[in-house]
Design a protein around this ligand. Structure first.
Ligand code: 4NP
Length: 154
């Protein structure tokens, strides 16, 4: 079993959607016994909160229903998860700041997106509807590519 943790700032827009899309790809590839995933934020603003309603509405338009309860990254996460996936450079540097045991598999989400290699997943929080669709498309591609990159045998 490989455990994957998706991390953004607030844990209400990007990372809960990344978690839901990764799980969708895991299900569609009949790999539910091989992968588990979760998401969290580097900030504490939205602990216990559901995903942003604009993200949820946009995902529903794309045929995906999901939910999550917001939580903040903990030191325990570095022991529990095999892969930690940051949405942008700011999240990455915040994660590295908490990472005292040198976790070996911390990556940016768009390391796995050939249509925008190593770019940030843009924060849609202060933008309009198109931003949520852009994030959905980026995360749909990148989470599928991530699933194909993670070795299932080790
Ligand atoms: P997320 O988006 O990091 O993708 O969940 C944000 C959510 C909330 C805030 C910023 C970004 N905020 O400032 O409250």
């Amino acid at each position: 079993m490989k455990k994957v943790l998706f991390v953004c700032l607030g844990n209400i827009c990007r990372s809960p959607l990344a978690e839901a899309l990764f799980r969708k790809h895991v299900e569609e590839n009949n790999l539910l016994d091989k992968f588990d995933c979760d998401s969290c934020g580097t900030a504490a603003y939205h602990i216990g909160a559901p995903p942003d309603e604009r993200s949820v509405a946009n995902a529903l338009e794309n045929g995906l229903a999901y939910t999550h309860s917001g939580r903040k990254l903990t030191k325990q996460d570095f022991e529990e998860f095999d892969y930690i996936i940051a949405m942008d450079d700011e999240n990455l540097s915040n994660i590295q700041h908490v990472n005292f045991n040198n976790h070996p598999h911390i990556y940016k989400m768009r390391k796995f997106d050939m249509e925008g290699l190593n770019q940030d997943v843009p924060d849609p929080y202060y933008g309009g509807a198109q931003g949520f669709q852009d994030v959905f498309d980026i995360l749909d591609r990148a989470t599928l590519h991530l699933l194909k990159e993670i070795p299932t045998s080790i």
